[in-house]
Design a protein around this ligand. Structure first.
Ligand SMILES: [Zn+2]
Length: 131
């Protein structure tokens, strides 16, 4: 709902500004258009910021160093998301299992125990997790 209000505000403010600058309805039309473009750009920026903040969808390089990190905007497929017994896992090509725990990325060992691996830092990426 909020993004629709934001769109309307962007278009109206853009139209007002355009009308003031150009002094005609042409200006309002162009201003309104610019406002809607600014809204779309803002939406993309917000989505990008959200992704950078939480790191959701981002996966680091595997611990063997042979599988590339996974980025939602790129088509890298070294990691696969798989559901095993109702749990979601990231599987790399080496066969290692990883799980996302908030901002942490943990390695799931053969016996089901977890080893801290990497931690996401907002806007900075993955860093080794000290535990
Ligand atoms: Zn791997």
């Amino acid at each position: 709902m909020l993004w629709i209000i934001a769109l309307v505000v962007c278009v109206i403010e853009g139209a007002k500004l355009g009308g003031d600058v150009a002094g005609s309805w042409h200006g309002s039309l162009i201003g309104g258009f610019v406002g809607s473009v600014a809204w779309v750009a803002g939406l993309f920026l917000l989505a990008w910021m959200g992704g950078q903040w939480s790191g959701s969808g981002y996966v680091p390089q595997c611990r063997n160093g042979c599988c590339r990190s996974y980025h939602p905007d790129k088509d890298d497929r070294d990691f696969r998301l798989k559901v095993i017994e109702r749990e979601c896992y990231w599987l790399c090509k080496c066969g290692d299992r990883y799980q996302r725990r908030g901002k942490r990325f943990v390695l799931i060992n053969e016996d089901g125990t977890e080893t801290p691996y990497m931690i996401w830092r907002a806007f900075r990426g993955w860093f080794p997790d000290g535990g």
